[in-house]
Design a protein around this ligand. Structure first.
Ligand code: GNR
Ligand code: NI
Length: 172
């Protein structure tokens, strides 16, 4: 397993639409292992493959709050079904939008159809943080970031800050 570099905004790769996986094989499982390790190393609760530069419809997540306890989840080709008309608000962050946080409204509950680590078809009924996080991750597969839901002003301020940080890093 290996920790990969997480791509950050602004970067056109993050706007790419990820491609469906046609078979969950060893290559995909190796990718999922690397993604999980990368996510844990960055203290994140979810990661989409495109965040490490691979445009495949693969997501890993672990929303378990207990320390020293791991509950990894793997989603291949996830599709959202039965979105709740009720919304819930969460303060979201993103490993590809470092150190920026903002409240986002999303459907409170949803069902997810996906293939698991072994390529078996599953359905998950999600609510709370699980529902928020999986929707945030599936947005990544469509090239959407949480900052896209903010006002133009808030979004442009965040992108400006991130661009500045990036150019500083090159200078130093
Ligand atoms: O680590 C993460 N935390 C988080 C908090 C609220 C809503 C969504 C997330 S996902 C984020 C990791 C990430 O960027 N996944 O794409
Ligand atoms: Ni994210």
């Amino acid at each position: 397993m290996a920790v990969k570099t997480i791509i950050t905004e602004p970067n056109p790769l993050l706007r790419q639409i990820s491609k469906p996986v046609d078979k969950v094989g060893d290559e995909e499982r190796l990718l999922m292992d690397d993604m999980l390790e990368t996510m844990y190393a960055a203290n994140g609760i979810g990661l989409a493959a495109i965040q490490i530069g691979i445009p495949k419809r693969i997501i890993v997540m672990d929303i378990c709050k207990e320390e020293n306890k791991k509950e990894p989840r793997y989603f291949v080709n996830p599709v959202i079904k039965n979105k709740d008309i009720l919304k819930s608000t969460y303060e979201e962050g993103c490993l590809s939008v470092p150190n920026q946080f903002a409240e986002v409204d999303r459907p409170k509950k949803c069902d997810i159809e996906y293939l698991d680590y072994n390529g078996e078809k599953k359905i998950l009924k999600a609510e709370g943080l699980l529902a928020t996080c999986i929707q945030h991750e599936i947005d990544h597969l469509e090239g959407i970031l949480f900052i896209d839901y903010l006002s133009k002003l808030k979004k442009s301020m965040i992108i400006k800050k991130l661009s500045k940080n990036k150019s500083t890093r090159i200078v130093v």
